[in-house]
Structures are given as C-alpha cells and as structure tokens.
Design a protein around this ligand. Structure first.
Ligand code: RBF
Length: 157
C-alpha cells in the first residue's frame, strides 16, 4: 500500500468509475491572492482527471466562515463532492481559533450529514509566508491535494 505520509500522493493515479461527477469548489475571498492559487490548482486537478468544466461549479464566498453555508447549500443542490478553500492567518486574525474551529467542525458535520466527500483545503497558518508555501511553493499545493482527495473518494461511487 502507498504511504502518503512519505510520498506526494498527487503522483498516484485516480481510477474513477466515470467522469460525470458534479463537483463544487467553494473559495473564500479573504486572502484572495492565495486562495485564488489554491482554487486554480483544484480546477486543474479535476480537469486532469477528466472532469468536464461544465460539471464544475465554482462559488466564491467572502470569508472562510461562509464556506460552511455554501458547502451545505451545494450539497443540498446535489453535488457529488465539494472542495472547500480558504486561508486563515493567525497573526492577522484576532479570533483565529474561533474561525478555524467553526470551519473545521462545520465542514465535518456537512460531510457526515450529507454523506458526500468534502476536501478540506483550508490553510490555517501562523503567517502569510507559510500559506504561500502551501499554495504551490516549497510545501506543496493544498488546493491540488484537496481536489485529489475528493477524486480518490469518488473512486468508490
Ligand atoms: N476569513 C478568512 O477566510 N481568513 C481570515 O484570516 C479571516 N480573518 C478574519 C479576522 C477578523 C477580525 C474577522 C472579523 C473576520 C475574519 N475572516 C477571515 C472572515 C470570516 O471568515 C467571515 O467572512 C466574517 O467573519 C463574516 O462572517
């Protein structure tokens, strides 16, 4: 079995049963310079696996807290999977823990109640540099990884 702790899992091939899945990408516009990179990487990853653009719904919301409402609404509209993207930076966010906890708990509640895969592409970093490094820099691309993750779960649909 592959060991994703020790290899870049993006290199692993996805074997979807079909490519007709409807997938939504919800992106928080707070720290939009970084979230837009994460969003682009997520779209590219879906396209590389053969998901047609017409099947991809993109919704930009104001901040990470709004990812919860948007993801739940999109699940109710019949999406097969959702990718949530946001960047919460500790040094710039006085109530960092409240936002991070609310978003993580809200999204996990939706994935359970709606029974669909949700990719957690929400960076929670100490500073802006750490977020940039995770949006296509030295620490990988968390937008691509979140998209890859939902595709991996859709293999079993
Ligand atoms: N949203 C983010 O996505 N990332 C942040 O770092 C962030 N920091 C915030 C800091 C403050 C002081 C406030 C009031 C909001 C912040 N938000 C952030 C926005 C939040 O997710 C939400 O959009 C707003 O609170 C409105 O519901």
């Amino acid at each position: 079995m592959a060991d994703y702790a020790n290899q870049n899992f993006l290199s692993d091939k996805i074997n979807l049963p079909h490519t007709n899945f409807k997938i939504a990408i919800v992106t928080a516009m707070w720290n939009g310079e970084i979230t837009s990179r994460l969003k682009s990487g997520a779209i590219e990853t879906l396209a590389k696996s053969g998901i047609p653009f017409k099947n991809i719904t993109a919704w930009d919301v104001p901040g990470s807290y709004e990812l919860i409402y948007a993801a739940n609404k999109l699940a109710n509209e019949g999406m097969d999977a959702i990718i949530c993207i946001g960047v919460v930076i500790k040094g710039e966010t006085p109530h960092f823990n409240f936002i991070c906890d609310a978003v993580a708990n809200g999204i996990s509640q939706i994935t359970i109640e709606q029974n669909i895969p949700i990719g957690f592409g929400v960076l929670t970093t100490s500073n802006k540099q750490q977020a940039i490094e995770r949006a296509g820099g030295d620490h990988g691309h968390k937008g691509e990884e979140a998209a890859w993750t939902v595709l991996k779960l859709l293999e079993r649909q």
